[in-house]
Design a protein around this ligand. Structure first.
Ligand code: HDD
Length: 730
């Protein structure tokens, strides 16, 4: 892969691919250049407007002022109605093996091909400036710039959705967005309108379990799974089709933060996820995901207890394993947020030959919405000409004109058939790569209805809940208690309890206890209020079968990858007099394992180690916070230890890290600092070189052994058992 040296300060060489090379011609770099107007006139004075005398009024003639102010006045475009807050990166995708038996999509058939991608992660409900750490679904949208045109996999970090029919999407979003009278709350589902809607739409029960789980609080975009959600189709060159569900599996594992932590991060660093993605890529720690597929032969369409077309259902991995077919690596940050991240336009309808749709009614509605939204958001029909949206292959058709047209189409003809220009541009035979829709047989009446096969609203919600670890279950109870606790209308809380009891009695009882309510007895058939005017309630009644699978390991985050500490952020607390050797040894070993280490001191500037060396702290206790780190180490050194012990911020740092179940280690000499915390448990009289005081908290004499244990602890990510017996909710 060709590399160019970036001009970005401290940046690694930026990775190039076919798409980024094509973007080069649009890049403007002002270094060493002269200032001009938008029309190329060199500007002599960019400080003063043109006036009638030194103290006089500004003249209308001042075209330089007018141009600059007018452009400024028009700098904003509408934010996305959903997924407004996001961050993106460039990268590449490579398939492992030729998949041509399943699909003719060329980028999935050539293991030698490197397909450029642009990936945008997002929250859903919040505005562009909202916190990254909202409890929310995360968008996971991938644009593959293939040699057959752009393929967009516009997914989420959860494999199911709240609703089954696109007609309900505007209602869902109106319900979750800030309430229309006072525009509160921002980026939060914890309010009346959301739960009012949800409690009457039992089809949302499964997704609600995901949204109330730790999946809604990712530690990093780099540590989330992604899902295409809908069942799509793979079609091979012979025209044979299979159903397919798409998955992204992060190689760093799937990890979350605690809700209390998320709320604090929202204040300390609302850009936490954006910064994390940016910093990792700048540091060369390129995030990677494997693309997985679950393939179901057409003949098996009706083999499952659920309908493959129902987007509120997943296919348990126990029933259909996820086959990992390729790898995506994000290796380059955008040059300009607006031009790339803001203007990128995804669309589920951007497919390539070999990938096709199903009749999932949510997917069908999406096929309309995405182009429509770009027309208003990006201001007209030529948004495909914005550099980031252009395919890497040539575009030729008879579409013309419109606002902001960039292409200069030569010739007389913009219609076909034409004899004047040889009927160009020519259509393409299917065998030569022309797209043909899958030849699905449809024999039906036109009808507004929902299939009865969509009405099992609860069995997979229960499967999800039952598959969670004890800590994950507790977090779901806490999340529901928090969210419903913020709901003012008691009837909504009660109705929601009647929904929860259909999923799990204990879950509902625990939430009811937190809300101080009894669970009302609402019969199953009365839960669904999403019925047409002339609809018979019985036809729309939810069902709640047991479901033949009791658990699915893949649904829990507990068993995720925990064998490395790559890109984990570790804080080292230090002050003047710190044992420099203890500090550097641990620091260097952690860095060698791929961690990011910051030294945090009472103030910025220099600290002087006991060996009289100058050490530059990365942050002070004022600018750093434990919630921004995954683990903490306290080195020895008498004076440093004495300072930290007396420094309330240092002790708070440790207390908070303990509360959020993080790994904590201290040099034996720094024991005093640990003794000032609320979680310190007395050392045994005889203690070894690496004594674990409590789960994930250790003190050590020998740095080598200490560091080795500390690394294992950091890799565990969190010690959720510390919450037991739920005295310290994280
Ligand atoms: Fe959507 C954006 C994902 C249902 C209508 N959607 C959008 C983005 C993601 C998703 C990741 C942000 C893309 C970006 O980063 O620019 N949406 C989903 C998933 C869904 C889903 C996984 C269900 C499985 N969406 C959905 C429905 C509709 C929309 C049912 C409308 C009927 N979505 C939109 C939109 C957005 C959008 C209004 C807003 C901005 C945009 O498209 O470009 O068209």
């Amino acid at each position: 892969m060709a590399k160019k040296t970036s001009d970005k300060k401290n940046a690694l060489p930026q990775q190039e691919n076919d798409k980024t090379k094509k973007l080069e011609s649009f890049i403007a770099d002002a270094s060493g250049e002269l200032m001009t107007t938008n029309h190329g006139l060199k500007i002599n004075d960019d400080q003063n407007s043109l006036k009638a005398g030194e103290r006089g009024a500004t003249l209308l003639e001042d075209f330089i002022l007018r141009e600059k102010i007018t452009h400024f006045d028009h700098e904003r475009i509408p934010e996305r109605i959903v997924h407004a807050r996001g961050s993106a990166a460039h990268g590449v995708f490579k398939v492992y093996e030729d998949m041509s038996e399943l699909t003719r999509a060329a980028f999935l058939c050539d293991p030698g091909a490197e397909t450029p991608v642009f990936v945008r992660f997002s929250t859903v409900a919040g505005s562009r400036g909202s916190s990254d750490l909202a409890r929310d679904v995360r968008g996971f949208a991938v644009k593959f710039y293939t040699q057959e045109g752009n393929f967009d996999l516009v997914g989420n970090n959860m494999p199911v959705f709240f609703i089954q029919d696109a007609l309900k999407f505007p209602d869902l979003i109106h319900a979750v967005k800030p309430e229309p009278d006072n525009e509160m709350p921002q980026a939060a589902s914890a309010h009346d309108t959301f739960w009012d809607f949800i409690s009457q739409m039992p089809e949302s029960a499964h997704m609600v379990m995901w949204a109330m789980s730790d999946r809604a609080l990712p530690r990093s975009y780099r540590m989330m799974e992604g899902f295409g959600v809908h069942t799509f189709r793979f079609v091979n060159a012979k025209g044979e089709a299979n159903f397919v569900k798409f998955h992204w599996k992060p190689l760093l594992g799937v990890h979350a933060v605690a809700w209390d932590e998320a709320q604090t991060i929202s204040g300390k660093d609302p850009d936490f996820h954006r910064r994390d993605l940016w910093d990792a890529i700048e540091a060369g720690a390129f995030p990677e995901w494997e693309l997985g597929v679950q393939v179901v032969p057409e003949a098996d369409e009706f083999k499952f207890e659920f309908d493959l077309l129902d987007p509120t259902k997943l296919i348990p991995e126990e029933l259909v394993p996820v086959q990992r077919i390729g790898k995506m690596t994000l290796n380059r940050n955008p040059d300009n947020f607006f031009a790339e991240t803001e203007q990128v336009a995804f669309h589920v309808g951007h497919v390539v030959p070999g990938i096709d749709f199903t009749n999932d009614p949510l997917l069908q509605g999406r096929l309309f919405s995405y182009t429509d939204t770009q027309l208003i958001r990006l201001g007209g029909p030529n948004f495909h000409e914005i550099p980031i949206n252009r395919p890497v292959v040539p575009v030729h058709n008879n579409q013309r004109d419109g606002y902001m047209r960039q292409t200069i189409n030569r010739g007389k003809t913009s219609y076909g058939p034409n004899a004047i220009a040889n009927n160009d541009p020519q259509q393409v035979k299917a065998a030569d790569g022309g797209f043909t829709s899958y030849n699905e047989r449809i024999d039906a009446r036109k009808i507004r209805a929902r299939s009865r096969s969509f009405f099992d609203h609860f069995s997979q919600a229960r499967l999800f809940f039952n598959s969670q670890s004890e800590a994950e279950k507790n977090h779901i109870v806490d999340a529901l208690s928090f969210e419903l606790g913020k709901v003012k209308a008691v009837e909504i809380r009660e109705r929601m309890l009647a929904v929860l009891v259909q999923i799990d009695k204990k879950l509902a009882a625990e939430v009811a206890f937190a809300l101080g309510l009894h669970i009302p007895k609402i019969p199953l058939e009365d839960l669904n209020n999403s019925i047409p005017a002339d609809g018979d309630r019985a036809d729309y009644a939810s069902s709640n079968p047991e479901g033949s699978l009791a658990k699915s390991e893949a649904l829990s985050m507990a068993g995720t990858i925990k064998d490395n500490i790559k890109t984990r952020k570790v804080a080292i607390l230090a002050a003047d007099g710190v044992d420099g050797a203890s500090l550097s040894k641990v620091k260097d070993t952690l860095i060698a394992e791929g961690a990011v280490v910051h030294i945090i001191a009472p103030k910025l500037g220099q600290i002087i180690s006991k060996e009289d060396q100058q050490i530059t702290p990365d942050e002070s206790f004022l600018t750093a916070a434990s919630v921004l780190y995954d683990a903490v180490y306290v080195p020895g050194g008498g004076n440093s230890v004495a300072t930290l012990e007396a420094e309330a911020n240092a002790v708070h740092f440790l207390n908070e890290a303990f509360k959020h179940c993080k790994a904590i280690a201290a040099d034996e000499e720094a024991l005093q600092v640990l003794e000032s915390t609320y979680f310190f448990k007395k050392l045994p009289a005889e203690y070894s070189e690496e004594t674990v005081l409590r789960e994930g908290v250790m003190v050590g004499k020998d740095l080598k052994t200490l560091t080795a244990t500390f690394i294992r602890m950091i890799a565990q990510h969190r010690f959720w058992d510390r919450e037991n017996p739920r005295k310290i909710p994280a």
